[in-house]
Design a protein around this ligand. Structure first.
Ligand code: FA5
Length: 353
């Protein structure tokens, strides 16, 4: 057996040092540094391996196995060390990411908004009576919001609902636009598009350029109702509204009907409501009367505007202040709370139906 060539002895010594250094590497970055020192093209070890070229063919043959062995020692050790580093890394990530899925969540999961709650109750009531739910645009023509409802330009009733105008410079009410002041535009669209008979409700947002206080907002929700058929009378209207309120409030609310003026109904009426509740000390509290809705028998002119013959058909319509209904139903003292970002207020409705 030939004695180790001095070059090979040098290589073996360097590989030993490399393997020793490998045991101290702790991360992929340490490994990169290590590789640049021991296995990169510029490393001393690579230079030594290259210098083996100067050996004679006999010497090369004689030391081939030993040279291969030294290279293999490095490769095998690097592979094994890298694998154990990766395993340690994976184990520590798992440790850090572990959490107990059975821990109760401290996060509040949200609740339905009181207006959504009241809207779905009112919708359920009318669906059970065979009404359909309709929709109408929030940006509406002047004609659908005013003229078709028998509120011509010069009519003082336009001042009853301070209007946000979107476009007001055309001589034609079909080409001027408003942010709708009432959901009554839905009545008009329904009658124009589908004729009679009709039985519908249309909930939605309306806008008025008016001062905000405890019971008035500049954006609020209404819910329109319309029934047109043969022989519809005021008795149908009163019975429908009374039944709705009974359904929503049971015996805890009183309803007061009084005459009201709207150009698009005749006769017209307004409905006020108040609630009574008993607190934990047995003391009874009665709320103030709050105006809740406008209603009446659809004016023959409105039927005509929409292509329906008033000598054959009659109808009733109502516009409920849905935002106010939510206030009364959930004892909300100020309308502004309903659109505030006060999550403590909203959390009270968690789990409510
Ligand atoms: C109307 O808007 C009519 N379109 C209602 C109607 C429909 C009458 C069909 C006849 C037939 P009024 O402006 O009164 O009417 O509004 C109706 C309801 O909306 C009011 O009774 C009230 O409950 C609510 N409301 C009115 N103004 C505000 C406001 N600024 N903030 C919150 N709720 C309001």
């Amino acid at each position: 057996m030939s004695s180790p060539h001095p070059l090979l002895a040098q290589i073996t010594q360097l590989v030993d040092a490399g393997l020793q250094a490998l045991t101290t590497t702790q991360s992929e970055r340490d490994l990169e540094t290590w590789q640049s020192q021991y296995t990169s093209k510029k490393s001393e070890l690579t230079a030594l391996f290259k210098s083996l070229k100067s050996l004679s063919p006999e010497e090369k043959r004689a030391h081939a196995a030993a040279i291969g062995q030294q290279k293999q020692r490095l490769q095998t050790a690097l592979q094994a060390h890298r694998q154990s580093l990766q395993q340690a890394q994976a184990a520590s990530t798992l440790d850090a990411d572990w959490f107990d899925v059975t821990t109760p969540s401290p996060v509040h999961i949200g609740s339905q908004h009181p207006i959504t709650l009241i809207q779905s109750q009112v919708e359920d009531f009318f669906i059970s009576l065979g009404y359909e739910i309709a929709d109408a645009p929030e940006i509406e023509t002047e004609w659908h919001n005013f003229d078709a409802l028998d509120i011509p330009e010069s009519h003082p009733a336009r001042d009853m609902q301070d209007t946000f105008w979107i476009k007001k410079d055309s001589p034609s009410p079909h080409h001027n636009f408003v942010a709708r002041t009432q959901t009554s535009n839905a009545q008009i669209r329904m009658m124009v598009e589908h004729g009679a008979p009709v039985r519908m409700i249309a909930p939605g947002r309306v806008f008025r350029n008016e001062a905000v206080d405890r019971t008035h907002d500049s954006t609020f929700y209404q819910l329109e109702g319309l029934v047109v058929d043969k022989d519809i009378s005021l008795a149908h209207l009163k019975a429908t509204l009374s039944q709705l309120m009974k359904e929503l409030f049971g015996d805890t609310a009183e309803t007061r009907f009084r005459p009201g003026y709207f150009p698009f109904v005749e006769p017209g009426l307004e409905v006020d409501m108040r609630t009574t509740s008993t607190d934990e000390h047995g003391v009874t509290h009665t709320s103030d009367w709050m105006e809740m809705l406008g209603a009446g028998m659809v004016h023959p002119n409105v039927l005509r505007h929409c292509g329906i013959d008033p000598s054959v058909y009659s109808g009733f319509a109502f516009g409920i202040g849905l935002t106010r209904l939510a206030m009364l139903r959930y004892a909300v003292p100020d309308i502004r709370l309903l659109f505030s970002t006060d999550t403590t207020f909203l959390q009270k409705f968690s789990g409510q139906k």
